[in-house]
Design a binder for this molecule. Sequence first.
Ligand code: ITT
Length: 208
Amino acid sequence: ETVVVATKNAGKVREFAHAFGKLGMEVVSMFDYPDLPDVVEDGVTFAENARKKAREVAEALGMPVLADDSGLEVAALGGDPGVYSARYSGEGATDARNNEKLLRELARVSNGGESAERLSDGTKLLSEARFVCTLALYDPATGTFTESEGYVSGSIMESPRGESGFGYDPLFWVNSESKGMAEMTKEEKQAIGHRGRALADLLQKLEV
Ligand code: ITT
């Protein structure tokens, strides 16, 4: 069985391929449909964007499609970058530039950070934060959505740790695991992460 995921994010593709692989399903993504037009993500909520991506691609392909809209909410930045997480550093944004921008913005709002909490190696934690993932599955045959969401809370570190994952993972400390998100295996990240939790919730709703 194949699951179509309306994403052009290679990090998401790897995580979905891992998760669905364990269920004996194969994932295809927008990398497999290079001719489909990009969906304009102009929603003001994660859920709106997820629904829009799922529906436009599902209607174009004439089959059910899953979409993921996700991002990072940083307490000291009033919830930014939020739905703008992918484009945080502007035109030509990359994960590396987005992470630099995040540290720059946190440096601006901190008052020296002398009171900041520290990890045992001295690394400062600059703000509380959480990852959000919303999933929307749209079935064009019935015109219905199945939706779910997942969260994981943590803190933003002043310097990166770990080599796995993608996006903001290198700066995200998972308090409950005492580990950086980019220090986790796919399996560990799926178990505790926002995407894994959203997916578990979705599968329960679909009774898979
Ligand atoms: P698609 O819309 O094609 O799926 P995108 O990268 O534009 O890809 P989003 O609009 O959902 O996806 O933006 C999500 C951004 O939030 C993404 O670019 C990452 O920087 C960040 N993000 C989402 N999930 C993450 C995760 O598990 N770990 C680290 N960063 C994540």
